[in-house]
Design a protein around this ligand. Structure first.
Ligand code: EPU
Length: 528
């Protein structure tokens, strides 16, 4: 028997070691075209004056002979097709909910918002051939992400039924539109693919829900460990490969397992020269989904879904077909909808493993949760199933596989209707309690001490909540307010619906189909 060590080529072609169940929705990786050398953007298509006017810098002189020019966002947008346009915010939307209706029936769970946003950003890695991404939810956030990709010259086409085709073979800019990046957190993730492909990038500071400081120090330090020089100037992060060519594999330990930093560094390391080891990385299913997509595109990533990633850089990634996993946060939200209305519904497709934490908490409360078939979950909170009423419980958010911060507000709304006292500790974001004040207006008995809430639950022999006008301040908090309205006596009007539209596809049609009484009211925007 001969024993020999693995060659670099063999190592590169080895499949990702995914230690958690991979996304079963992901189709087999189908390279659309064989990799070849990275085509540089056509420098002649952009006037040099326009390119240089965008970002003259004494720190990072841009060499037109080597780099893609910095094309202004508006100029880039003018050459891109206008699919997936963001609607003008000319109207205020509110959801009017009549409480007390029981739900029944089945609800379809859309593709994961956060996985879709990461994979859309990852499609910029595909220098050779388009990425065909299925299961992309139609949300204002995914449309904004499409605008970010277009602003650097990628072609983004919506093929219908949640299929989005991104052709990033001819990227013409390394500076995505600051306006679009400033709307969503995930816009910032394109920093990884851009700097890895072109050796430099300039990306505005990101937006997203106002739920905490949301710093970018881990992105900065991680990219530095991969051989980049990073500088913050005028609200933009400018990154360039220190050697003037490209990123170099390195080691980086994340102080905190940040989802976005892990995703950004994973994309960057996938095209850095040599091997990178990233430790204490985020283990969220959305991170594993991005890893599966990148592997389908030819990347070599080991350890997705675990705390350490070993990534062997490839010169170039190709296109692939990929299907986004179902949204575990949307599934959790509908599970709470059933629980808070003491109803029985089923949902699919879901990956039950992703929902372990939520299933555990809801079972503790007294709900009966049953797997009805592959990917089909039934949740019952009707009195016959719970043997009385639901009980409160202790909940603390933490990175996966802990309880997701993105379901904390919805679960807090549920706890306000349960028997007994509950404690909710938010440990991921320091300012994710905006919903508390609005829930209190509905009569919820919640005392807030910093990021810990004591929820006293319903008074004996009385309805827990009663409807009134309230307003969403962020996405998940907004969903929680709608759910609370469904359990409240009378009518609850939830303003700030634009927040909810960022992350829930067809939220109120889905609730309507389950029997909720909910309608959207649209009034002309007061400040236009
Ligand atoms: N953090 C740092 N330094 C960094 C980056 C993050 O200290 O450089 C800290 C943050 O301040 C925060 C913690 O790390 O306290 C977690 O933040 P993380 O970076 O993990 O979050 P994110 O990548 O900004 C994503 C999701 C969020 C979700 C969080 C946590 C996307 C687009 N967003 O955000 O989703 O809450 O992970 O799971 O993937 C939502 O969908 O409503 C949402 C907010």
């Amino acid at each position: 028997m001969s024993i020999r060590s693995e060659t670099r080529k063999e190592r590169n072609t080895r499949k990702t070691l995914i230690l958690i169940p991979p996304n079963p929705m992901a189709s087999s990786s189908i390279p659309i075209r064989e990799p070849h050398s990275t085509p540089k953007p056509n420098l002649h298509s952009v006037p040099a004056s326009m390119a240089l006017a965008a970002a003259p810098s004494t720190h990072f002189p841009l060499s037109l002979s080597r780099k893609p020019p910095l094309l202004t966002p508006s100029a880039a947008a003018s050459v891109a097709p206008a699919h997936l346009e963001i609607p003008a915010l000319a109207f205020d939307h509110k959801l009017v909910v009549s409480g007390g209706r029981q739900l029944s029936g089945h609800v379809h769970i859309s593709g994961s918002k956060n996985a879709a946003l990461a994979v859309l950003a990852g499609s910029l890695c595909c220098a050779a051939g388009p990425a065909v991404i299925r299961g992309v939810p139609d949300l204002s956030d995914t449309r904004t992400m499409a605008a970010v990709l277009r602003s650097v010259g990628a072609r983004v086409e919506e093929a219908g039924g949640g299929e989005v085709v991104v052709d990033a073979t001819r990227v013409s800019s390394v500076e995505p539109s600051p306006d679009d990046v400033g709307r969503i957190r995930a816009g910032f993730f394109v920093l990884g693919p851009l700097v890895a492909r072109f050796g430099e990038a300039e990306v505005a500071l990101p937006g997203g829900c106002k739920i905490g400081a949301r710093p970018i120090d881990l992105y900065v330090r991680g990219l530095s460990a991969l051989g980049a020089v990073v500088e913050l100037r005028h609200g933009k992060v400018r990154v360039r490969a220190a050697n003037g060519k490209g990123l170099i594999g390195g080691q980086f330990h994340l102080d905190y397992p940040s989802v976005g930093a892990t995703e950004t560094l994973m994309m960057a390391a996938s095209m850095a020269e040599g091997v990178s080891v990233l430790s204490n990385v985020a283990r969220e299913p959305e991170v594993a989904d991005l890893a599966q997509f990148l592997v389908a595109c030819g990347a070599c990533i080991e350890g997705a879904g675990t705390g350490t990633l070993v990534i062997t850089g490839r010169k170039q990634l190709h296109g692939a077909e990929f299907t986004i996993a179902p949204d575990r946060i949307e599934a959790g939200t509908f599970m709470v909808a059933a629980a808070i209305t003491r109803s029985c519904i089923s949902l699919s497709p879901v990956i039950p493993y992703h929902l372990s934490c939520m299933i555990d908490k809801l079972s503790t409360a007294g709900c009966r949760i049953t797997l009805r078939g592959p990917g089909i979950l039934e949740i019952s909170a009707v009195p016959a199933a719970t043997g009385g009423d639901l009980q409160g419980f202790y909940l603390k958010t933490s990175p996966y596989p802990g309880f997701p911060t993105d379901l904390q507000p919805q679960f807090m709304a549920l706890l306000a209707t349960c028997n007994g006292s509950s404690i909710v500790e938010e440990s991921v974001f320091e300012n994710r309690m905006h919903h508390v004040e609005e829930l209190q207006k509905l009569g919820a008995r919640i005392k807030l001490h910093g990021s810990t809430a004591l929820v006293e639950g319903r008074k004996p022999r009385s309805l827990a909540l009663s409807g009134c006008p309230i307003a969403a301040a962020d996405l998940r908090g907004g969903a929680a307010l709608v759910l609370a309205g469904m359990a409240a006596e009378g009518v609850t009007e939830v303003g700030g619906v634009a927040h909810i539209d960022r992350g829930y596809e067809n939220f109120e049609p889905k609730l309507l189909s389950l029997g909720a009484e909910i309608r959207r009211e649209v009034t002309p925007n007061s400040y236009l």
